[in-house]
Design a protein around this ligand. Structure first.
Ligand SMILES: Nc1ncnc2c1ncn2[C@@H]1O[C@H](COP(=O)(O)OP(=O)(O)O)[C@@H](O)[C@H]1O
Ligand SMILES: [Mg+2]
Length: 385
């Protein structure tokens, strides 16, 4: 059973999260462990304000963030958190109100229109609803940015063929978007985004309109082009499974502020900020209703079972040691539910154990279990099975 097949948020995040990096001044935090030479993209003190009819909206404030060359960087946050605004400052579809966006160390805010055109060719973008022209064929859609750029016909043809092959659509060149499935339309979107050999690919909810199976195939394609073309990918999504599947690191936005960032295993294994915990709650298991209903603080009958929740956060190299748990807890240990998975080579998960027929008291059991897990919570006693 995997963690994501279990739902809700029972207790998973109740206790104080483990200490991670100490608070740092914003310049240092911008790097967050990213070596200066590997930085591809940097936001520095970035703010964005929209002046609307109902007054101003501060969509982003004080964003300091570095994205490494060649990584897949995820941005998550609830609707309205500022994800799209942040992504769109990277190719200056949105102009920052404060601060800077630096690409390869250059402040793109200083670019004149000519350099801006060149910049936008170095940055591909794909969208939730694909943004294809319905009256044009697949080949024509992909060719369009090359036409606009004044690329000669022969080179255009060659490039269109090349990118359609890359996304597995060489046979659909003369088809119209209406004849394609959602997944195929997004492949056309990806092909079109790649015609200028970009160094950065921006994905705004690129799989959100697709069914789970198609999502998997698009993610596999993004992974492949990330590796083959050494492309830096910045993607925003509200689908946590997408982040877990392909991102290297993730940042969390809440009300326009950056509230948490780190490698996937770290943020998913031990989320610190309440906003992150809320976003990840659907991936966590909960205590089943029947057990919740009979949970009691003390042992009432000699054969009552103590429920323990063990957590593996990836912070240590601990893995669920089944024989060790049996030996350490000194009684009959039953696994009631649980899920463990490997993310970025780390073991993450939770186990709900029932311990019966043990001479040990709750606190002693907790301490014993803590030698074999990253955290342990005593939930209480339930009646014998
Ligand atoms: N063009 C705009 N004009 C006015 N307000 C906007 C505009 N675009 C976004 N906003 C507002 O900025 C905030 C952040 O929006 P957005 O970046 O789209 O968030 P997300 O992508 O996380 O849902 C929201 O409150 C949204 O209503
Ligand atoms: Mg958005």
């Amino acid at each position: 059973m995997s963690m994501n097949s279990l739902t809700s948020d029972f207790r998973y995040f109740d206790e104080a999260p483990p200490e991670r990096d100490a608070p740092a001044p914003s310049a240092a935090r911008a790097s967050a462990g990213v070596e200066p030479q590997s930085v591809h993209l940097r936001f520095s003190g970035l703010g964005k304000r929209y002046e609307g009819a109902q007054g101003a909206v501060q969509a982003l404030r004080g964003i300091d963030l570095a994205v490494r060359r060649g990584e897949i960087f995820g941005i998550i946050g609830r609707s309205g958190a500022g994800k799209s605004s942040l992504l769109r400052t990277i190719n200056r579809l949105e102009q920052p109100s404060e601060g800077q966006v630096l690409i390869d160390g250059e402040d793109i805010g200083s670019y004149d229109s000519e350099r801006l055109v060149a910049l936008r060719r170095r940055i591909g973008m794909i969208f939730q609803h694909f943004n294809l022209l319905s009256a044009k064929t697949v080949g024509e859609n992909v060719e369009l940015p090359l036409r606009v750029a004044g690329v000669p016909r022969e080179r255009r043809q060659r490039k269109v063929e090349e990118v359609l092959r890359l996304v597995g659509l060489e046979s659909k060149r003369d088809a119209y978007p209406a004849q394609l499935s959602g997944g195929q339309k997004q492949r056309v979107g990806i092909a079109r985004a790649l015609v200028h050999d970009p160094q950065i690919l921006l994905c705004d909810e690129a799989t959100s309109a697709l069914d789970p199976e198609t999502t998997q195939s698009i993610l596999a394609l993004l992974r492949e082009i990330n590796r083959r073309l050494r492309l830096t990918i910045v993607l925003i999504t509200h689908e946590m499974e997408v982040i877990r599947e392909i991102c290297d690191r993730v940042a969390v936005l809440e009300h326009g502020e950056l509230v948490e960032q780190g490698p996937i295993w770290q943020v998913f294994g031990a989320p610190r900020h309440p906003a992150t915990r809320t976003l990840l709650a659907p991936l966590q298991q909960k205590l089943p209703e029947d057990l919740l209903g009979q949970l009691q603080n003390g042992r009432r009958q000699p054969n009552d079972r103590l429920l323990l929740e063990l957590r593996y956060t990836g912070a240590s190299d601990r893995e669920p040691d089944l024989a060790g748990l049996g030996a350490h807890l000194g009684g009959r240990v039953t696994l009631l539910q649980g899920g463990v998975e490997r993310i970025q080579g780390r073991t993450l998960g939770q186990l709900l154990l029932a311990v019966a027929d043990t001479p040990l008291a709750a606190e002693a059991l907790r301490r014993q279990a803590l030698e074999l897990a990253d955290s342990v919570e005593v939930l209480g006693y339930v009646a014998a099975a």
